[in-house]
Ligand binder design. Structure first.
Ligand code: BGC
Length: 396
């Protein structure tokens, strides 16, 4: 479907646009002791700087998170279900944990938030990792069985599901340097199979599903177009093409990657960088959306993650405002963009460290106090009015 660009004018977004913020289970719940990440964090030879520990204690405080997001003006909350809680041993289901996520979904509804549920966000149960993780020939079957296990709570009021978060990142060997390493085509193909198996189950229950790809906004230096294509195809385009015909494709964008004759270039000299060392580049989201729209043959797109790790909340507003301005242009160009979900709702565990703060809401990791930042109020206001708001300097 193509949107009628006359249906929204000026800074307005289409009716029904999803405005959300995202988290993932391992990054916020705390004490996910039964997954492969926790295991790696505590391995005697670990290279992980800091373990996840209590994270944001969202396992107990999810009601506070959901209430805050609703009060700020958002209409969507993207979070993930932790497979290692649902299935702590191979084939053994923890019914009380299923109920936990049922309550989370119900709490979203109580507060008028659309739950956007991810089934796999980087963590595997320890037993599944011990069987070879995604390289295990049975992995697509195991993922399908897990999808069936959680289906009853999804079928009860979840409209949007994401099967696998950033499959293109999962396809790299663990601990790889993303700029130089090669993704594993066998794992990539396994992930596509797992996605398709899971989607068939979700579709039969009338749940809209897709997966979310980490888009890198590859930009070729003059004469390096072929190199950029050869670099980008197995790392991004392959996964976008696999989303053709899904209910939506998720775009997760933070920065760009310039490709020169020898492949990815370092961040340009003098460019502003964020707390993750990435170049400040707000156009990344719109570039990702345009690429996803083209490569999927016009599958509806949702920005399922976009944000910035910064200690300066004013820059978070600037970045997000610029990203949304470029995204609005994709709408006026006729792209069927259905929503914008900011990463992240909370300052959370950034896969090895608590230092890069992505949160709209600041979290004190000792007493778990949540404090919405000015960016949270501004983006919530934008969500509520369904149009891009000019930040009020008096308030921010
Ligand atoms: C992931 C998040 C992560 C974020 C920022 C995405 O790759 O889905 O889990 O925290 O980027 O690095």
């Amino acid at each position: 479907m193509r949107l009628d660009p006359d249906a929204f004018t000026g800074d307005a977004f289409p009716a029904g646009f999803l405005w959300g913020a995202a988290t993932s289970a391992h990054q916020t719940e705390g004490n996910n002791t039964n997954n492969d990440w926790w295991q790696r964090e505590h391995a005697p030879d670990t290279r992980i700087a800091e373990p996840s520990g209590d994270a944001c204690d969202s396992y107990h405080r999810y009601r506070e998170d959901i209430t805050l997001l609703a009060d700020l003006g958002f209409n969507t909350y993207r979070f993930s279900i932790e497979w290692s809680r649902i299935e702590p041993e191979n084939g053994f289901v923890a019914r009380a944990e299923i109920d936990h996520y049922r309550r989370m979904i119900a709490t979203c509804h109580e507060h008028g938030l659309t739950p956007f549920v991810t089934l796999h966000h980087f963590t595997l149960p320890r037993w599944a990792a011990a069987l070879g993780g995604w390289a295990n020939p049975d992995a697509p079957d195991l993922f399908a069985r897990y999808t069936e296990t959680v289906l009853p709570i999804l079928a009860d009021g979840v409209e949007w599901a994401c099967t696998i978060n950033e499959p293109n990142m999962i396809a790299y060997p663990i601990g790889a340097d993303f700029l130089s390493a090669e993704p594993d085509p066998h794992i990539a193909a396994q992930l596509v199979r797992a996605h398709q198996r899971s989607r068939a189950i979700l579709t039969a229950a009338d749940i809209k599903s897709g997966w979310s790809v980490a888009t890198q906004a590859y930009q070729a230096e003059p004469g390096c177009e072929r190199i950029a294509h050869e670099h980008g195809y197995p790392r991004e385009d392959y996964f976008l093409e696999a989303a053709a015909g899904d209910d939506y494709v998720g775009v997760q964008a933070y920065t760009r990657t310039i490709i020169g004759p020898d492949g990815p270039r370092p961040v340009p000299h003098g460019a502003e960088t964020t707390l993750t060392g990435w170049e400040y580049y707000p156009d990344a989201a719109a570039i990702g959306v345009r690429n996803a729209w083209k490569l999927t043959g016009h599958t509806p797109v949702i920005v399922t993650e976009n944000g910035i790790a910064t200690a300066d909340d004013t820059r978070r507003i600037d970045y997000t405002r610029a990203a949304l301005t470029a995204l609005h242009d994709t709408l006026t160009d006729g792209i069927d963009l259905r929503g914008y979900v900011h990463w992240s709702a909370l300052d959370n565990y950034e896969w090895g460290s608590y230092l890069p703060t992505f949160g709209l809401i600041a979290v004190d990791h000792h007493d778990f106090t949540r404090t919405p930042r000015p960016s949270a109020h501004w983006l919530g206001q934008t969500a509520k009015s369904n149009s891009l708001q000019t930040p009020d300097p008096a308030k921010h």
